[in-house]
Design a protein around this ligand. Structure first.
Ligand code: FAD
Ligand code: DLZ
Ligand code: SF4
Length: 511
């Protein structure tokens, strides 16, 4: 008689709460590849292969330390296709007293697990996921009585709590935030290091074959497959980032360059989000690098802010506001997602490059996600539910707790400003400043209206006009509305005419 300890695909952490007190002689650890989890949105092929391979490696490691692991493969004959079905089978097959699981990272699964005690007629213990720096309860406490939430105040509390980049009560360098130094446009000679890559072993090869065969209708390329699939390899990825990229992470954090998908970013979100890495070890490694004079403060502070600040902040919002948060649509956006998000068939080069890289790598960096792909969805008024599903399926780091607030709160302003103080809406000049995409585009970023004009230029103003009733009162938008009001009538008419023509064509591509 023992416990059934369920490990989900994004719980691949040896110190996870569900394994605490595990009795290797009596307890059974269940891990299962199931059709339902791989298809509730049609995940990118590389994301499925990454998780299945990392799950199989993790199971091997647990077995090597003497644990009894029941690992269900996707093609096992008796596989029921659902996690609950696999728990039911394991409960029948073994003498199980109770089920133990760490709180799932998505609301839909956490709600389902909440029903399991009546379904299985067994005690089901859902333990806290203590791999984060802030608990949902502490976040809710902090958020209580605040009408809108700002990451910056939240982040300072975490810096203090974990003594990250602090001298006593003061931030190192006398400033909490060095973002103003982190907006450099790309340069010709940036010397971007080659991306981290792990050789494919026999476990990964078998998984790649499986995914290629069973998920052939899912978006994305399987090849190349560079991902780390074990904790040791992920630690190597962390060390490589700290040694090779962190120095320039800050400077070029917002820069986009055609043919350079990885830039100076960390590419660690895949590993953090499935549990192969922990947030505290990542930020502490960066801080150490600063103290050893290997990386400048603007980079190190910027990196720490992304993980200790943004990542924790979006998770707090998710658990505080779900399930209603997923339905919010403050700007009443209803347009269907254009097919080019899947096909990359668009003449807008920034979008084409971002979709092509997403398809190839199951990765795009933050500014591509926010200021190109997200910005277009915002300006074009695309239905938030469809945007959510796209972002959740295409990125190998995507789980709803982190994807949803980024889409709803940050990219689409669908929550009406709960998370961001104003929409991240931008015209082509922002993309031109931060990238070289416009040099190879058939549109002209300098032209504001007319057949050759960059569509972002007129769509930006069309977005502002369409949403004036909802955004016009915001003090942060006042200057832009005053600029619009000062425009000549002829230009206003051109903006409207060009935007209508653009949307007519876009909508025809959907049907
Ligand atoms: P870096 O730029 O090197 O940053 C370092 C780390 O900081 C990341 O690994 C990540 O853990 C964390 N981080 C940075 N920004 C954020 C953020 N806004 N929210 C949460 N964590 C952050 N991130 C995901 O992990 N999963 C998602 O599904 C996801 N969807 C997004 C959707 C949209 C519309 C937008 C605008 C952003 C989204 N992000 C998501 C946030 C961010 O784009 C990615 O975390 C980042 O691009 C991952 O690449 P990296 O590891 O190279 O990150
Ligand atoms: C994302 C994913 C995929 C593709 N497949 C599985 C799986 O087969 N088995 C599993 O346990 N987990 C998988 N996951 C991760 C889950 O979807 C994730 O645990 C939940 O969404 C909660 O965050
Ligand atoms: Fe994108 Fe406009 Fe630049 Fe073309 S001109 S790449 S559409 S911003």
């Amino acid at each position: 008689m023992g416990s059934l300890r369920l490990i989900l695909g994004d719980q691949l952490t040896p110190t996870i709460s569900s394994l605490k007190g595990c009795d290797a002689a009596h307890d059974v650890i269940l891990m299962c590849e199931v059709w339902d989890e791989a298809t509730y949105v049609k995940h990118h092929k590389k994301k499925i292969a990454f998780l299945f391979s990392a799950m199989r490696h993790f199971a091997e490691e647990l077995r090597a330390t003497g644990h009894h692991v029941q690992y269900v493969r996707l093609e096992d004959e008796a596989n029921t296709g659902t996690i609950a079905g696999e728990v039911a089978r394991a409960v029948d097959a073994h003498e199980i007293d109770n089920v133990i699981v760490t709180h799932p990272g998505e609301f839909r699964l956490a709600s389902e697990v909440g029903q399991w005690h009546s379904r299985f007629k067994l005690p089901v213990e859902m333990r806290d996921d203590d791999r984060f720096l802030v608990t949902p309860e502490d976040f809710a406490d902090w958020a209580k009585e605040r009408r809108s939430l700002r990451m910056e105040t939240f982040y300072r509390n975490i810096r203090r709590k974990y003594k990250l980049l602090m001298v006593g009560d003061e931030p190192v360098g006398g400033q909490w935030n060095f973002d103003a130094d982190n907006r450099k446009p790309p340069k010709q000679e940036m010397d971007i290091p080659a991306p981290f890559s792990v050789p494919i072993d026999s476990i990964t090869r078998e998984v790649l074959e499986l995914v290629g065969r069973r998920f052939s209708d899912h978006f994305g390329d399987l090849d190349p497959f560079p991902f780390a699939v074990t904790r040791l390899q992920a630690l190597d990825a962390l060390e490589t980032f700290i040694d090779q990229r962190l120095k320039r992470f800050g400077d070029f954090q917002d820069a986009m360059v055609e043919g350079e998908p990885w830039m100076f970013h960390a590419h660690l979100s895949f590993y953090l989000n499935c549990g192969l890495l922990l947030p505290l070890e990542c930020v502490q490694a960066a801080e150490k690098s600063y103290h050893e004079n290997n990386a400048p403060l603007n980079s190190v502070e910027g990196f720490i802010r992304q993980i200790a600040g943004w990542r924790e902040f979006v998770r707090g919002i998710y658990w505080l506001k779900m399930p209603a948060y997923a339905q919010e649509n403050y700007l009443q956006a209803e347009r269907n997602l254009p097919p080019f998000y899947w096909t990359a068939e668009t003449e807008m080069n920034c979008l084409r490059q971002s979709v092509l890289e997403t398809r190839r790598n199951s990765y795009a960096h933050h500014i591509q996600r926010l200021m190109v792909l997200g910005n277009f969805s915002l300006l074009a008024g695309i239905d938030p539910g469809q945007v959510q599903d796209w972002f959740l399926s295409v990125y190998a780091d995507a789980y709803e707790w982190v994807e949803l607030p980024n889409v709803q709160g940050m990219a689409l302003f669908a929550d009406g400003g709960y998370m961001a103080s104003k929409p991240y809406a931008a015209s082509g000049s922002y993309i031109n400043k931060m990238s070289n995409y416009c040099q190879n585009c058939c549109y002209s970023v300098r032209e504001k209206t007319g057949p050759d004009a960059c569509p972002f230029n007129y769509l930006y103003w069309d977005f502002m006009v369409r949403n004036r009733a909802r955004l016009g009162e915001s003090p942060r938008m006042g200057m832009m509305y005053r600029s619009y009001d000062r425009m000549e009538d002829g230009r206003k008419i051109d903006i409207e005419t060009d935007s209508h023509a653009f949307f007519d064509k876009l909508d025809r591509s959907v049907s």
